[in-house]
Ligand binder design. Sequence first.
Ligand SMILES: C=CC1=C(C)c2cc3[nH]c(cc4nc(cc5[nH]c(cc1n2)c(C)c5CCC(=O)O)C(CCC(=O)O)=C4C)c(C)c3C=C
Ligand code: FE2
Length: 411
Amino acid sequence: MEPKSGISRKDFLKLSATAGVGIALGASGLGAIMEVAKPAKTPSSAPGESGGDIIPLYGTHQPGIITPQQTYMYLASFNVTTKNKSDLITMLKDWTKFCDLSVAGGTMKLSDNALVPPTDTGETLDLPASKLTVTFGFGPSFFMNEGSDRFGIARMAPLYLKDIPRMPRDQNIDKEISGGDICVQVCANDQQVAFHAVRNLIRLSTGHASLKWMQEGFASGTPGKTPRNLFGFKDGTANKLHDSSAGYDQVVWAGDNELGWMQGGSYLAYRKIQMKLESWDRTSLADQEATFGRSKLSGAAFGSHGEFDSFDLSKLPEKSHVSLAKQTKQQIHRRAYSYTDKVDPRTGNIDAGLLFISYQRNPDEQFLPMLKLMQNNDALNSYVAHVGSAMFACPAGLKQGRYIGQNILEA
Ligand SMILES: C=CC1=C(C)c2cc3[nH]c(cc4nc(cc5[nH]c(cc1n2)c(C)c5CCC(=O)O)C(CCC(=O)O)=C4C)c(C)c3C=C
Ligand SMILES: [Fe+2]
């Protein structure tokens, strides 16, 4: 059934219920998704309407990588618990069907049986798609787990996938919030829509995988302008340098030296970085700007005027953050979100910082040399501590009718 455009999630639900399409509950109560409805709206609807809020799940590349940043993000990492490959496939199929429906603003059909829990948790019933994207990635332990090729896919591991090696300033890295077999990056312009997606993906993983860790982030900025991080600086300016199809091919998308499933995919590098807000806030403006090598107000590099102006590297302090990144002569595509958490009752300091995420086609060449140089020399080091770390390989875009990871598990 092809729903009409302009209808709400709730209307669509009613329609799908009448037409007898939707999702049947399995024996567990959460169960496998047996049948899903077609997308509730089309991506071509006018902006402002729900349809204009749709980012397609299918395409050459996964959504959520070069997609302009939405306001909210959940990053969740799962460990696969089932030893059975077909169980794993069931979960990935259910996830795919769920994403197919939710990114289009649809909702799983509630049960007709009042005696069992509703299939969908319901908090998005009246909400539009909100540019929801779900991006999947696979960690090194997905392919080879503690020396065991448990799903017979070790030969399918991509060229550069490995845990980020221990860095000089990694003494605060917490293993509990690092790594994992599968990561899911969920982004949307409505936090409830993003949460609904991650929550239901967790529900659908029951019996197949367990949630290892989850992080929640936000990015705030005027549309079309670079958002500022919690140090008050524009963060993401240099992404403009590769903002073209050729630029993304050069910086982001894995090439034809990779196995087929990874060509057009990308490597996700993740660092959870605490930012010492209290000590930063006691730092003079001049020192803050020298830390990055850019003006706080305009975002312009030292010696230039506008945020996006080219600049002379010799005008920046040698150990400034931007200078170090430039010295590597590499580019990465950053898609970071801020986070805030609890206050330490002993010091009154806030646990807040950056969920640093970057995408690149070759982390060995692009990301790791940059991280190493920064860990050794960065002026920013006085104000930050890295506490979480992970790397995942995100497959190429999905074709309709296929499930995420199919090209790895059924090759
Ligand atoms: C290893 C890669 C990087 C880490 C880790 C990282 C952490 C980090 N960055 C900021 C704030 C800013 N970063 C900026 C630029 C920038 N950062 C990286 C890489 C890492 N950052 C790169 C490659 C660049 C681009 C450099 C260039 O080519 O010009 C900036 C300047 C504005 C911008 O371009 O975005 C800011 C500000 C924080 C706060 C942080 C850890 C908490
Ligand atoms: Fe940076």
